[in-house]
Design a protein around this ligand. Structure first.
Ligand code: SF4
Length: 97
């Protein structure tokens, strides 16, 4: 049986925040909206769990918004690394998050 904490959402730094913060219209890496969302994620105690879940469940053709402190382009790159190397990138990040 997995010991993975399925209730990680309860500890998320974004609980109760306006979801719009994580869906800026301008997703370029240096935009103010991306920076604001990433600041929240940077201090989130469950960033690794969030990123692991989004990488496992997100439709690659419909990536949008900031999740786990990453932009859609960054998640695409992580997803490609995972597929190429079979290394669970998000799980590794969870260990250091
Ligand atoms: S890492 Fe995920 S759970 Fe944490 S604040 Fe960012 S979007 Fe929310």
């Amino acid at each position: 049986m997995s010991t993975r904490n399925l209730l990680w959402h309860l500890d998320a730094a974004c609980v109760g925040m306006d979801p719009e913060v994580f869906y800026p219209l301008d997703l370029t890496p240096d935009s103010l909206g991306v920076a604001a969302a990433k600041r929240v994620c940077a201090d989130c105690p469950v960033r690794g769990e969030c990123l692991a879940d989004v990488l496992a469940a997100e439709d690659p053709s419909r990536r949008w918004g900031i999740s786990g402190g990453t932009t859609p382009a960054e998640r695409s790159a992580l997803f490609a690394v995972q597929r190429r190397t079979a290394i669970p990138v998000a799980a590794a990040l969870r260990e250091v998050a």
